[in-house]
Design a protein around this ligand. Structure first.
Ligand code: SAM
Length: 745
């Protein structure tokens, strides 16, 4: 793309940088004309869109190499490596290699099933056997392996049926005899077991939640934020107000090897590759079908084999190979189909552009027109083209043109590429920029290394807890994108699989705006950082209550201590002060602020009818004393080095008493130099609490944990998940120390 960008004449770049929506057709036409006469553009398109140049196609040769490697690893009992090799082979193996008796993909599934059996992953082994049978229903080895897996699972009835089918379809006499021996052992085992244990199928399909949103919400127009959602009745805290499936979704590049490309759940050991290219991996056959819309079974006529069997056994075998087929659900679904076939562009282009491609492919499939003229209206999403940076405008022009050419190669529908169609795609790219949600999963590990479990909350992780946020996908939710942002949200967004759920975090009055956080929240970052983030990521200036009214968190989060040790005033750097001054200009004493004693604790500027009296960087906002911020900053940096050392020691679980006592001295220095509610003190308290917990000093651990919570309660809303995490952790230590949870306050 850099080659294309560098070649564009400066005058055209300027026109694009200055363009607004009305100019788009003209700038897009000019760029298109330029590219049409620029040879490298055509070369790039060929490399991106011609399967001949793609590295993501199927290759029998590569598959056989990986299979061979897998066999060697299996012989050396290196099962983990063998598993990986067979999965790589499955990714590369063309589905139609071999005949109905020795299909390569079916063989690979059975090789992998054997490894899975060796690794005691029995349910996974069973699923691979069934996959092999869907391709080759009379594959004796697959029925045999299935029988063995069912027997290991204690599901003797199915195991006996599997082995009986295996005996019938096994061509060799020797093989038949061996199966008979196994059958006899199994029948004896079955007799000695009173009840056959049923197979517990692990549910790999998307999670669903029975609860449906009951509230009626209204979409209204607002002067400062465009459309937004409001409640039409009183809503109690914790209510589910909205749930929605994505209009379009894409997995993020860094999760391609670890998460299902359709439902985004963790990939199991028996991951299922796409059947036409080597990129996507799915957790199940159902997800693969939903994304690719393709048929798995290639020799359906083989069902005839079962007609020759005793009727109950034939019925059993047919049921096995037809299990999990969800063909009715796959109609019209093209999430991945148009990207398939080994072409390069879905791998090389940025995720947002591939997501744009998915939306366009959906439109094209349902479109009768050859022109892409009214696609933007169909999406009904707001956009930010006017506010985009010059760089982003140029990128969106280039990507829109490239994407349309790639799609023209990949989609069956014909359409014309001109200034009109390219301009439509530029707008869709800018719509995606502001409306796209990042799907995250949270994983948390406590100080003892055990999992807290998986928390489905989107935001709210703070640096004092060991919560890891994994960004797994990007998606457009059409109704979900009507919820505006607030840095003090009353709605919380989370995801189960790819489904969006919105729940109220507070009670909401009728007619009140329902707002979620697009990322930054009061307490997490200071106001300046939040405004910059929202400008860069979503191209709007935040008008929420947290960014327009003074709140204690924004004042103290990064504040320094007054030189007067007894003064509780806050001392601010110019960066933070400038931002707070903007709020103060429009400051009116509202009930909310007036009742908040903390504001008057750290600054008295608002007690003077809004007059701003000590508004200088480095001066205490309460008593006006001057503080040398440079020397405070130096002392803080030194203390933080020590705290970092402690945090590294915690991760390695190698904590010495010297590291802890150094950290305690540093904590003292932080307390001297930073405002009492500064977030860095909370983080240091939390790290020291973890260290004490690890060395078994549980009471000291609880004391520091409580000190951290006291600060967090000043920075965050008391109902915030951050406080909940810390409280949970604190009560955990309390429980370990043998004291009753109810005594903890
Ligand atoms: C996902 S959309 C929300 C729905 C949008 N208001 C509409 O009319 O479709 C995001 C856009 O809404 C506006 N918006 C959302 N939250 C805002 C806020 N706190 N302050 C200002 N504008 C906001 C911005 O224009 C932003 O680009």
């Amino acid at each position: 793309m850099e080659t294309l960008k560098a070649a564009i004449p400066e005058s055209l770049k300027r026109a694009i940088a200055d363009s607004n929506v009305d100019d788009l057709q003209s700038t897009c036409s000019s760029l298109h004309r330029f590219f049409l006469h620029f040879d490298p553009f055509h070369q790039i398109i060929t490399q991106l869109a011609d399967p001949k140049y793609g590295l993501c196609g199927k290759s029998e040769e590569d598959a056989l190499k990986s299979k061979q490697l897998g066999n060697e690893c299996f012989s050396n009992a290196d099962y983990a490596k063998a598993l990986d090799c067979y999965t790589q082979a499955l990714r590369k193996a063309p589905l139609d290699t071999g005949d109905r008796k020795s299909n390569l993909v079916a063989t690979l599934y059975i090789n992998r099933a054997t490894v899975l059996h060796k690794m005691s992953l029995l349910v996974e082994c069973l699923r691979d056997c069934t996959r092999a049978l869907k391709i080759c229903p009379s594959y004796a080895k697959a029925w045999y392996r299935r029988g063995k897996a069912n027997a290991s699972l204690g599901n003797y009835r199915n195991a006996i049926c599997d082995l009986n089918v295996a005996k019938i379809v096994e061509p060799s006499l020797g093989g038949k005899r061996q199966i008979e021996v196994e059958l006899k052992i199994l029948l004896d085992q079955c007799k000695s077991t009173s009840a056959a244990v049923q197979i517990q199928h692990k549910d790999n399909s998307c999670n669903t939640v029975g609860e449906m949103p009951q509230m009626k919400l209204q979409c209204v127009s607002m002067p400062d934020k465009g459309r937004g959602m409001v409640s039409s009745c009183v809503i109690s805290p914790g209510s589910l107000v909205h749930s929605e499936e994505p209009y379009a979704m894409i997995i993020l590049k860094q999760c391609r090897e670890t998460h299902c490309h359709y439902c985004l759940n963790d990939l199991p050991a028996d991951r299922v590759p796409c059947i036409s290219c080597s990129i996507p991996l799915y957790c199940s056959h159902q997800c693969q079908i939903r994304a690719g819309g393709q048929m798995f079974r290639i020799y359906p006529e083989n069902n005839d084999t079962f007609k020759k069997m005793p009727s109950d056994l034939g019925e059993y075998a047919s049921e096995v190979i037809q299990s999990d087929d969800s063909e009715q659900e796959i109609e019209d679904i093209t999430e991945h189909k148009h990207e398939c076939g080994g072409v390069h562009w879905p791998v090389v282009l940025p995720s947002e552009i591939v997501l744009t491609g998915r939306i366009l492919a959906g439109f094209l499939l349902n479109s009768t027109s050859e022109n892409i003229v009214n696609f933007v209206e169909r999406l009904e999403l707001s956009h930010c083209y006017k506010h985009m940076s010059s760089e982003s405008k140029l990128d969106s022009h280039i990507y829109a043109t490239v994407l349309l050419y790639c799609l023209q190669h990949s989609c069956e529908t014909m359409f014309s590429i001109d200034g009109v169609s390219i301009s439509q795609v530029v707008i869709i790219i800018s719509q995606i920029k502001v409306n796209c949600m990042t799907i995250v999963r949270l994983k948390s590990i406590d100080a003892h290394g055990g999992h807290f479990g998986e928390f489905p909350f989107q935001y709210g992780a703070h640096s004092t807890s060991n919560v890891e946020q994994v960004r797994v996908g990007k998606a457009i939710y059409k109704a979900g994108s009507l919820f505006n942002h607030s840095c003090q949200p009353n709605v919380h967004a989370y995801f189960l699989s790819r489904t969006l759920y919105l729940r109220t975090t507070h009670g909401v009055a009728a007619g009140c705006q329902l707002e979620l956080s697009y990322g930054p929240q009061v307490g997490l970052w200071d106001c300046k950082d939040r405004l910059n983030f929202l400008k860069d990521e979503y191209a709007f200036h935040c008008q929420c209550i947290g960014c327009s009214e003074v709140n204690v968190s924004d004042v103290v989060l990064n504040a320094f201590h007054c030189v007067n040790p007894n003064c509780s005033g806050a001392v601010l750097e110019s960066r933070v002060l400038d931002c707070e001054q903007q709020k103060i200009k429009h400051f009116t004493i509202t009930d909310r602020v007036d009742k908040n004693d903390d504001i008057s604790v750290c600054l008295n500027v608002f007690k003077q009818n809004g007059a701003y009296i000590h508004g200088q960087p480095g001066y205490c906002l309460k008593c006006g004393s001057y503080c040398d911020l440079e020397s405070s900053q130096a002392a803080v940096s030194e203390a933080l080095i020590c705290i970092k050392r402690l945090q590294d020691a915690i991760l390695l679980k190698e904590i010495s008493s010297i590291t802890i006592s150094d950290a305690l001295i540093s904590l003292q220095s932080l307390r001297l130099n930073l405002h009492a509610y500064n977030k860095l003190i909370a983080e240091a308290e939390d790290s020291i609490a973890q260290a004490f917990c690890l060395v078994g000093e549980l009471q000291l651990s609880v004391d520091h944990c409580k000190a951290s919570i006291q600060i967090l309660e000043k920075l965050y809303d008391t109902d915030d998940i951050v406080i909940a995490y810390e409280l949970t952790w604190c009560s955990l230590i309390f429980n370990i120390s043998g004291k009753k949870l109810r005594n903890f306050q």
